[in-house]
Design a binder for this molecule. Structure first.
Ligand SMILES: Nc1ncnc2c1ncn2[C@@H]1O[C@H](COP(=O)(O)OP(=O)(O)OP(=O)(O)O)[C@@H](O)[C@H]1O
Ligand SMILES: [Mg+2]
Length: 326
């Protein structure tokens, strides 16, 4: 066989985008195709090349873990994880997916952008109700960029003494510059809320102002991700400081069903009427439908049945809705 033009273009494109995983997967497709066409030597050589390139890479991804552990005072301010979810494992609304993919693309090509004096998107504000995938998105970005996820513990950051809070924020943003990673400020409204009343107004404003200043000068190699489910509380000045504002909605029935199907992909769902399932998803969050799918799966497994029935899912979904109404 001859290598097709499409394969070569796909390889070059993945290389330009810095998408190693994609690059190797195209190479493996090529190997599979060669094997089908009887070019066994070529197929085997190619497969071995890819495998040997991936093996040391996996090891080197493990090695930085101890180095990236927050130390000293930082250790109390943030925790580190190395997420294993990828964006492709999530089911996202089209516009949300597009925005997140744009972040990945710009981050992967940040050197090229820098040559032209341009910065990649690196400050994200995620808005949306609970369980709609904000934290999971931050984790997926970290995974897909092969960097750690640092989650800032806002309760530790927000000291009774506001003056200390600004100092701690400085430590966090020093880390943003020193260690390439995703830095997630979850429940960001604790910092970003507009202060209108109370006697701590002056101090709280100082904290917000120092955040605004730090984020303005944040290193573009790391992602600063702020997430909140109370967007209405945020100070308007904040929106301008983020490169990308992403709104997360509850899933429509198509997205909800897709999430359920993926979650149940290892079980026999051939008897399910997906239209009936779709009807039971309204008003539920992504997290709710995942939980309902898991509850239904457990029922079936523990009762020793091999196959899910529509009613397993519809009743689990109804139960979730009732739990939400309480
Ligand atoms: N787009 C998605 N695709 C698949 N599963 C999802 C998606 N979004 C959320 N989930 C599921 O819901 C769970 C909760 O999502 P996540 O923690 O990201 O919500 P959140 O928006 O951060 O909520 P909160 O505002 O309460 O922090 C995830 O662990 C995952 O199981
Ligand atoms: Mg969250």
């Amino acid at each position: 066989m001859t290598v097709t033009a499409e394969h070569v273009k796909a390889l070059v494109r993945r290389h330009i985008e810095g998408d190693d995983e994609g690059f190797y997967s195209v190479a493996m497709q090529l190997a599979a195709r060669a094997a089908r066409e009887g070019k066994n030597h070529f197929a085997q050589d190619l497969r071995e090349l890819v495998e040997s390139a991936q093996a040391p890479r996996a090891a080197s991804q493990l090695r930085p873990i101890p180095l990236a552990q927050p130390r000293g005072e930082l250790a109390g301010l943030m925790s580190v994880t190395y997420p294993d979810v990828s964006l492709s494992s999530m089911t996202l609304a089209g516009d949300v997916l597009e925005k997140l993919e744009r972040v990945l693309l710009e981050q992967r090509q940040r050197d090229r952008l820098a040559e032209h004096g341009l910065e990649p998107i690196h400050r994200l504000l995620l808005l949306g109700s609970p369980g709609t995938g904000k934290s999971m998105s931050a984790a997926a970005l970290a995974h897909d960029l092969s960097v750690p996820l640092f989650t800032i513990q806002l309760d530790a950051l927000m000291s009774k003494y506001m003056g200390e809070t600004a100092g701690k924020l400085r430590l966090v943003f020093d880390a943003v510059a020193a260690t390439r990673a995703v830095y997630l400020f979850d429940e960001f409204d604790a910092i970003g809320a507009e202060r209108t009343a109370g006697n701590d107004v002056g101090e709280a404003r100082r904290v917000l102002n120092s955040f605004l200043q730090f984020v303005e000068h944040a290193s573009p190699d790391s992602l600063v991700v702020a997430a909140t489910n109370h967007p209405q509380l945020l100070d308007r000045a904040l929106y301008r400081r983020f490169d990308q504002v992403i709104e997360y909605d509850l899933p429509d029935s198509v997205v909800a069903v897709e999430i359920i199907r993926k979650r149940l992909s290892q079980l026999d769902t051939s008897a399910i009427s997906w239209d009936a399932v779709a009807e039971e998803t309204s008003g539920l969050s992504q997290a709710d439908v995942v939980r309902a799918a898991e509850a239904a799966a457990k029922q079936v497994l523990l009762r020793g049945r091999g196959r899910l029935a529509t009613s397993d899912l519809t009743s689990a979904l109804r139960e979730r809705r009732r739990a939400g109404d309480d």
